[in-house]
Write a protein that binds this ligand. Structure first.
Ligand code: UFG
Length: 334
């Protein structure tokens, strides 16, 4: 049944891909975004864009008064592990307060479903890898802690207000829409794949590998790169499940690639080589984060369509090559 969905951060990277998938599934979408990090051009024209800040309770209230919202998908927030270790209170304060403002308005307006864009960064000291949902939660960064705090707050939103929720703990979101100009465009960019693509384009001189002395096969960090369209598909699927009950899922493909393997994939896909230097470890980084996606596969029937790092990198390369300055180039029709 089509719903009216409120998508916070719908002009951002994962949010914009999700908006597209929700529209394709027949839903009506209202995007709430302050456009500080997000891009107007990333918002699908069929979605209604409300420009506003989650920190502004009155603005949040107005959105709920204007639209009869059936469910919320919450993407907005500060998202950098490294930054969170320099500015922990930005994360523990803003990220959490904005989620609370949203939940308060949701409770007041009788919204009963909520999907949280959560993260594998809540598993700071996993006792086993691949990581299933029973692995102990112990965030290793202020970013991970802020998401875990929101997960815990959701328990009470359910208990007290009957708001059923899903926490989707993404591993490393990567890639771009294969057909439409939707892609990753952060300012500043800190993520491995887009930075390496910039090296391939000649926009950056060299790649820095943050540490090659981790206890992994080649000494560099191992991550589970999950395609952003596969993440979007998980959101579409989970909306039905949470009509009845709340549930958390780890969302990754179940296969890890080291930083060096990703850089090799970028070189293969782009047909370029670029210098790679080793620099010290980045605070907050963990050696290995790979999902065990058994639960989401069994309970939601979710299957990643992109299971190969070259295919993921190629989808991002398509748009990065065409729009080297990201949405700024798209807006000027370059
Ligand atoms: N890396 C480098 N050099 C760079 C950039 C990254 O070596 O220039 C390494 C990082 O140390 C890490 C890996 O590449 O080992 C991936 O780093 P990203 O910055 O691309 O992604 P993160 O793993 O740090 O963070 C991402 C999301 C977070 C999420 C986290 C969970 O941005 O929101 O995955 O691991 F919480």
């Amino acid at each position: 049944m089509p719903d009216t969905l409120l998508v916070t951060g719908g002009a951002g990277y994962v949010g914009s891909h999700c908006v597209r998938a929700l529209l394709d599934a027949g839903h009506r979408v209202v995007v709430f975004d302050n456009l500080r990090h997000g891009h107007r051009a990333a918002v699908a024209p069929e979605a209604e864009l409300e420009v506003g800040d989650l920190a502004d309770k009155a603005a949040v209230g107005r959105v709920f008064a204007r639209h009869r919202i059936d469910a919320i998908l919450h993407f907005a927030g500060n998202i950098q592990v490294g930054e969170s270790m320099r500015r922990p209170f930005l994360y523990l304060g803003d990220n959490v307060q904005c989620a609370v403002n949203l939940l308060e308005a949701a409770a007041e307006h009788g919204v009963r479903r909520f999907v949280l864009s959560s993260t594998c960064a809540i598993f700071g000291a996993p006792e086993r890898v691949p990581i299933d949902e029973d692995v102990s939660i112990a965030p290793g960064s202020a970013y991970g802690e802020s998401k875990y705090l929101i997960e815990r707050i959701l328990r009470w939103a359910d208990e007290v207000h009957g708001i059923r929720y899903a926490c989707l703990r993404y591993f490393n979101a990567a890639g771009a829409h294969p057909d439409l100009p939707l892609f990753e465009d952060h300012e500043p960019e800190t993520h491995l794949i887009p930075l390496a693509l910039d090296c391939a384009l000649g926009k950056r001189q060299a790649m820095q590998v943050f540490g090659d002395d981790y206890p992994t096969p080649d000494g560099t960090c191992v991550r589970d790169y999950v395609h952003v369209c596969d993440l979007a598909d998980a959101h579409v699927k989970v909306l039905d499940l949470i009509r009845d009950r709340s549930r958390s899922f780890n969302v990754g493909i179940g296969r890890g690639y080291s930083v060096r393997e990703v850089l090799a994939a970028v070189a293969r896909v782009t047909g370029t080589t670029f210098p790679v230097d080793v620099s010290p470890r980045r605070a907050g980084d963990l050696a290995q984060l790979v999902a065990d996606p058994a639960r989401i596969m069994t309970e939601l029937g979710w299957r990643p369509r992109f299971a190969d790092i070259d295919a993921i990198v190629a989808s991002a390369w398509r748009w990065r090559r065409r729009y080297p300055r990201g949405y700024a180039d798209l807006a000027t029709g370059m």
